[in-house]
Design a protein around this ligand. Structure first.
Ligand code: TUI
Length: 318
């Protein structure tokens, strides 16, 4: 059985987080992942506080198990979202796209575990000092807003720099990825793209079909010139953004073109004009299946991989 400090810290059976994804990880998926023994995380994106409260209630009505909320720190609603998290006594929050340091004391006061996403060693060290409970080290293989370092170089450098548990994210899709993350010193993994193809995920079937059809080279990075690079599946939208970027369009204009495009893809199912944020592992997602089955498959294959390694290289433990 693969158990780590992370399982104890949060009270989960398996060290698997479902990444918080705006317009994608709503109450249904989150409850299914948590019921399955992982940690389901609501993606609050740029949604207003009322929406978040409703999704939290949905999760609480389906499962008693721990769940999380991801706070996108660039959201205009970040302060009211934090207020809902405090009022609802959310067990775990993760954060993205910024430094959550100033919110740590009030969250700790109500017992919410704080687990920020970092894309650099410098921010990891600063946040450990600020008192966070664990960190997600996310490489640029991930979907959505990304940093500049790959998972393989980032995770061990973060692990060496801090003593709190580190969760690896970016480029992880199966049991081999979990074993690799443990080998790098991580104590868990976070996966987004594979959970987009969970049965309980409410996104458009057309988006799921695009992921199932994706190949290793199907994702591209747009928005580098804006300072906010984003990884998505290649489509008409990314090709147009790329063209405008090459022509030197202003960052503010480029960002305007992106508004509403994630919803357009995920909710409306417009897979050409919308933004299908997904990671490089899209090419490795093979089927639609229940979230609990995804978790079981990962744990079973991780244990088989681990046995294969120990049989081959001796009885050394990670
Ligand atoms: O946040 C994500 N993924 C996201 S957020 C998002 S919505 C959005 N869309 C366009 C532009 C910006 C946001 C879609 N996907 N993942 C976690 C993540 N956080 N990846 C990278 C970071 C990050 C980057 C810089 C975290 C901290 C950071 O530090 C800034 C600082 O203040 O030091």
């Amino acid at each position: 059985m693969i158990k780590t400090r992370l399982c104890e810290l949060i009270g989960i059976e398996y060290p698997i987080f479902q990444g918080g994804m705006a317009w994608v990880s709503t109450g249904e998926l989150v409850a299914a992942v948590s019921e399955g023994g992982g940690l389901g995380i609501i993606g609050s994106g740029q949604a207003p506080a009322d929406w978040l409260r409703q999704e939290i209630h949905k999760v609480k009505s389906i499962t008693q198990k721990p769940y999380g909320v991801n706070v996108m720190l660039m959201s205009p609603f970040v302060d009211e979202v934090m207020q809902v998290i405090l009022e609802e006594r959310v067990p775990v929050i993760t954060t993205g796209a910024g430094n959550p340091g100033k919110y740590v004391p009030m969250l700790k006061e109500v017992g919410t575990k704080v687990i920020p996403v970092v894309a650099s060693v410098a921010l990891a060290k600063r946040l450990e000092k600020a008192g966070v409970d664990a960190l997600i080290a996310e490489g640029m293989e991930s979907g959505g807003h990304i940093g500049e370092i790959g998972t393989m170089p980032l995770v061990p450098q973060v692990v060496d720099a801090v003593s709190i548990p580190v969760i690896a994210a970016g480029g992880i899709v199966d049991g081999r990825g979990l074993v690799a993350a443990l080998a790098l010193g991580a104590e868990g993994v976070q996966m987004g793209t594979r959970f987009m193809c969970a049965e309980e995920c409410t996104i458009s079937q057309l988006v799921k079909d695009r992921i199932l059809k994706a190949k290793d080279r199907s994702t591209v990075i747009t928005g580098r010139s804006t300072g906010h690079p984003v990884r998505c599946l290649d489509n008409r939208f990314t090709r147009e953004m790329d063209q405008y970027e090459r022509e030197g369009m202003l960052a503010s204009e480029l960002e305007k073109l992106g508004v509403g495009k994630l919803r357009l893809a995920m909710v409306e199912g417009d897979t050409e004009n919308g933004s299908i944020m997904a990671g490089q592992v899209a090419g490795a997602v093979r089927c639609i299946e229940p979230a609990a089955q995804i978790i079981q498959d990962i744990m079973r294959s991780a244990e088989l991989e681990y046995e294969r390694l120990t049989a081959r290289f001796g009885d050394r433990r990670f």
